[in-house]
Write a protein that binds this ligand. Sequence first.
Ligand code: OXT
Ligand code: ADP
Ligand code: MG
Length: 582
Amino acid sequence: MADAAVKANAPDVADAAAQELTDGFHLVIDAFKLNGINTIYGVPGIPITDFGRMAQAEGIRVLSFRHEQNAGYAAAIAGFLTKKPGICLTVSAPGFLNGLTALAHATTNCFPMILISGSSEREIVDLQQGDYEEMDQLAIAKPLCKAAYRVLHAADIGIGLARAIRAAVSGRPGGVYLDLPAKLFGQVMDAKEGRKSLVKVIDPAPAQIPSPEAVKRALDVLKSAKRPLIILGKGAAYAQADDAIRALVEKTGIPFLPMSMAKGLLPDTHPQCAGAARSTVLKDSDVVMLIGARLNWLLSHGKGKAWGEPHSKMFIQIDIEPKEMDSNIEIVAPVVGDIGSCVAALLQGIDAKWPTAPADWTSAVSKKREENVAKMAPRLMNNNVPMDYHGALGVLRTIVKERPDAIFVNEGANTLDLARGVIDMYRPRKRLDVGTWGVMGIGMGYAIAASVETGKPVLAVEGDSAFGFSGMEIETICRYKLPVCVVIFNNDGIYRGTDVNAGGGPDPATTVFVKGSRYDKMIEAFGGVGVNATTPDELKRAVNAAMDSGKPTLINAVIDPAAGSESGRIGNLNPKSVLGKK
Ligand code: OXT
Ligand code: ADP
Ligand code: MG
C-alpha cells in the first residue's frame, strides 16, 4: 500500500505534518491482494476504468473482455476451477445487467463468483432523478445470487469484500453481488486506518463435518445394496477430494456414473465407469449414492421410467446444502457436509472386510458398457465428407486421449450431447460445459479463464450457434495470446442447417444460418490462425498443430447440415402443438 498511498498535508494541523493517505481505489486493490485475489475479468468504463488501470499497475491480472457476460462466465468457471471466488468487474446499469446472467449462472451451478459493479450516485438513483446509467442494481441483483452488498464508505471496503468472499465460497458456493458506487473510489482516508480496516478472511470455506449417525446410516444402506451405484456430480469435481473419491469407488467396487462435468474425476476408461451404460444403471440399481449431484432435470428428478419405476430404490446423498435433501424424492440416508469430510468419514467405515459390489451386478454393467462402446466404435472411424458428428468427434477423442491435461470446453446441442458421450476424459475438472441451465454462450469466457487459471492448453468444441453467443471474444483470445483452439462444428445452424421457412417466404428458416460460412476467417482478422477442415484427417492435423503451437486457432469444421437432431438428446423437452408444426 505504501506505493499506492499519497502524501498530503493534514489540513487541520497547523505545523502541516505529512499524513499518509489512501483512497477507495487502492483499498479495494489492497483488499484483493490481501485475500489472494490476483485476477479480474471485466469490461472497463465509467466509473471503473481507472480502477482497472491501477489494479493492473499493482500486479493484478486484469483481463478486458468485449462483453460483460463473457467476462462473467470466465469469473464463474474460474471459481469452479480454483475454489476461490472468480471476480467479474463491470460498469453500472447496462454493464451490470450484462454480467447478471453470468452471476445467476454461477449461483445456479454452485460456482463461487463475485460480480462487482460500479454504480451511480445513490442520492440521485434513490430519488430517480435520472443519473448517468441510473439503476438500483443492488435490488435487482438480490434474487439472483446468494448475497448482495453495497459499500458506501471507504472504511467499510475491507469488511464488504470479506463478506462477499465468505458468502461466495462457504456452504454451497454461489454468486455474490458487490455494489461499489462511483463516489466510493475517490473517498480518501488515513492510510494507516485504511490498512487496519482490511480483513484477511480466515478459513473462508470451513470444513463441514457430517454427523457420525449420518455416516453410519449411509454405510448401512450401502452395505445392504445388491446393485449399488455412485453418481458423481460437478460438486464432487469442485470439492477437489479426488483421491478420497477414487478410494471410495475402488474400495467398494461400485460402478460410478459421472455427470457431465464430473467426467474425468476417475477416468472414463476406468473399469468401474458406467458412463456408457447410463440407462441400465439408472434403471436397475437398487441403492444410489449421489456425491455432489442434484436430482434435477438432468437426472429425471430421480423418478419415472428412466429410474425403472415402480421401484424400491434407496438414495444416499452427500451434499453441503441440507435443503437439497428430499428435494425431489425421499433421501433415506442424507449426509450433510463437505464432500472431502464426508467421503473421508465414509472411508473410515470401509475396511478390508467391506463386501465389494456383487459380481453379477458389476458384470452386467460391464457387459452393457462394452456393448455400447463396441456399437459406437465403427461410427467414430468413418471418413464421411461432409463430416458427420461421429467422424469429427472420433479424431478429437484421440487427441484428448493423447493430451489428457488439456481442458475441454463444450457447448451446442448435438455438438454437446455427442461430444459428451464420445470424448473420454482422464483427469478431474478438464471438461467444462453448459451446466445446469444448458446455457449457450459460456464457450469463449470459459476457454479464456481455463487457460488463464490453469496455464493449460484449451480445446473448445462449439456448435456454430453456440459459438455465436461469445464469438467476439476470439479477439480477446488473440490479444492475450492464449493457447486456445476453437473448433466450430459448422452445420449451418441450430440443430441442423436444412430447415426451410414453412411459410414459403424469402426469409430463411428460424434455425438456419448463412450456408457455408467460414468462421475461420474471423480469427484471421485478429492475427490468429484460421483453418477450414472438411475431412476428419484435416481436422486432426489442424487441431494437433494448434495444440502443439499454442497459437490462438479457430477451425471451421464443416459438418453435414443434415446430421444433427432437434435439440440434440433433449428433443423430448420441446412442447408440441396439437395443430402440428405449421
Ligand atoms: O445407456 P444408453 O443406452 O441410454 O446410452 C447412453 C450412454 O450409455 C451412451 N454412452 C456411450 N456409449 C458408447 N461409448 C461411450 N463412451 C458412451 N458414453 C455414453 O450414450 C447414451 C447417451 O449418454 P448420455 O449423453 O450420458 O445420456 P443422456 O440420456 O443424453 O443423458 C441425459 C442428460 C439430460 C443428462 C443429457 O442429455 C445432458 O446432459 N444433456 C444436456 C443437454 C443440454 O444442456 N443441452 C443444451 C441446451 S439445448 C437448447 O436449449 C439450445 N439452444 C437454446 C438456447 C440456450 N440453450 N441457451 C441460450 C442462452 N439461448 C438459447 C440453442 C440456441 S442448443 C442451441 C444451439 C444449438 O445449435 P449449435 O449449432 O450450437 O449445435 P448443433 O446442435 O450441433 O447444431
Ligand atoms: P451435476 O449437474 O453435475 O449433477 P449439480 O450442480 O446438480 O451437479 O450439483 C452439485 C451439488 O454439489 C450441489 O447440490 C452443491 O450443493 C454440491 N456441492 C458443491 N460443492 C460441494 C462441496 N464442497 N461439498 C459438498 N457438496 C457440494
Ligand atoms: Mg449447429
